[in-house]
Design a binder for this molecule. Sequence first.
Ligand SMILES: C[S@@+](CC[C@H](N)C(=O)[O-])C[C@H]1O[C@@H](n2cnc3c(N)ncnc32)[C@H](O)[C@@H]1O
Length: 422
Amino acid sequence: MQCPHYDARRCRSCTLIEIDRPTQVAGKEAHVRDLLAAHDVTWLPAVTGAESGFRNKAKMVVTGTVDAPVLGIVGPPGPYAGQSVDLTDCGLYPPALQAAFGPLAELITRARLQPYDLSPAATPDRDGPGTSARRRKVTPRDAARRGELKHLLVTLSPDGELMVRLVLRSTEAVARIRKHLPWLQAALPGLAVLSVNVQPVHAAVLEGEQEIVLTERETLPMRVDGITLHLRPQSFFQTNTEVAAALYRQARAWVDEVAPASLWDLYCGVGGFALHCAAPGRSVTGIEISAEAVASATTTAGELAALPADAVVGGHDAAWWRAATANLTFDAGDATGFALGTDADPELVVVNPPRRGIGTDLARRLEASNARHVLYSSCHAVTLARDLAEMPSLRPRRAVLLDMFPQTDHYEVLVLLERSRA
Ligand SMILES: C[S@@+](CC[C@H](N)C(=O)[O-])C[C@H]1O[C@@H](n2cnc3c(N)ncnc32)[C@H](O)[C@@H]1O
C-alpha cells in the first residue's frame, strides 16, 4: 500500500506498509506457526479482509490551535519529530470515518476547545491494545500544561453511524459542547453518540474514568452477522469489523461442531463470542470486567429473546433465539476470580483476553478442569504460547490466523484446544 505520510516520515505506524500483503500475511503465519511449533495443529488458510479502510475506530491526538486544530499524531522521530501531523486522510480509515473529521474540527473551533499541549511521547499507539500514551509517567512539568482537548476518539458502525468521544482535561468546556451539539448533529447526521471523557492527568492514560454522554442515545449499534452488539463509550470492540465477524463465525463453526451443552465466554466484552455461540439447549455464561460492556451484552440478549415472531436474525427465527437465549447470562467480574470461585466446569471455555494473556492462575484452573475444549482467541501469540505451556492436557488441534491489523505485525489467532484422553 502507498502512503504519503509514511513516505515523508510524518507517520511510521504502519511498519509493514512497504511489504506486499501476501508477504505480510506469510510472515505473520511463520511467526505464529513457529510459536506453536511444539503442537500438532491443523491450520486453516489465513483470513484476510480489506488491506485499507478497515479500521472502525480512529484515535486522534488533537494539536494545533482552536482556530486551526490538527487531528492526527505528534510526529515520530525524524524530520517531523514533535510536530503536528494531520492524519485525517489516513488510508486505514474508511471514507465515512475520514468524512467525519472536517465537521469535528469545526466543532473544536465553534466550541473553543483549546488543544492540549502534548509532548511527542504522548502519541497513542494506533495499532491496537497497549499504547505508548498509557506507558507515560506523570512529570513535574505537568502542572504547566495548557489546553483542554487531548484526544478525539471516533468509531464508525457498519451501518454508517458514529460514536464520537472528546477526551478533555476537565469539564470546563462541557456546556459549550452541549450548546453546539444541534449544529454537530446537522453537520454529521450519522452521529449516534457524543460523549466527553474526562482525563485530568497528563497523558498517563489515553482516557479517564468519567464519561459524560451528551446525546440521548448512549450506545452505538454494531451489527455483526445480523446480531446487534451495543457499543458503549468505554467498551472494547474489535478494530476491524469485517475480520471480527469472520472470527466470531469461525468460533461458532467449531463450537457447533463440538456441540457443548455448556460454555463460558471469558473476557466477553459486549458479547461477540457468546452471542454467536448461543444455541437452544446450550447454557452460555459471559464474564467481563467492564460492567458497561456486560450491560450491552445483556441488552442484545434481551432483544434476541424478544424478537417479533416473523423476524430472522443470523439465519434463525424468533423461536430459535428465544430458546438460545433462555440460558444465556452475562456477569461483571474478573475472569480468573470467576473461574476460581466455582467448582462447576463447562464443557467448553472461550477465552479472548487482552494482550497479557490469561495468565498462570486461569491457565492452571482450565488445565485442572473437566472442560473438554478451550477456544483461545489471542491478539498476542507470545502470551498465547506461554499460556498453552501451562495447559499441557489441552492440546491445540486447529488454528487460524486472522489478519485483523494489516500493515502492522499484529494479528489475531484463534486456536481450538482439545483435552487429550491420555
Ligand atoms: C480482547 S478484548 C475481547 C472482548 C470480546 N471478547 C470481543 O470479542 O470484543 C478483552 C476484554 O477483556 C476485558 N477484561 C480485561 N481484564 C479482564 C479481567 N481481569 N477479567 C475479565 N475481563 C477482563 C476487557 O474489558 C475487554 O473487554
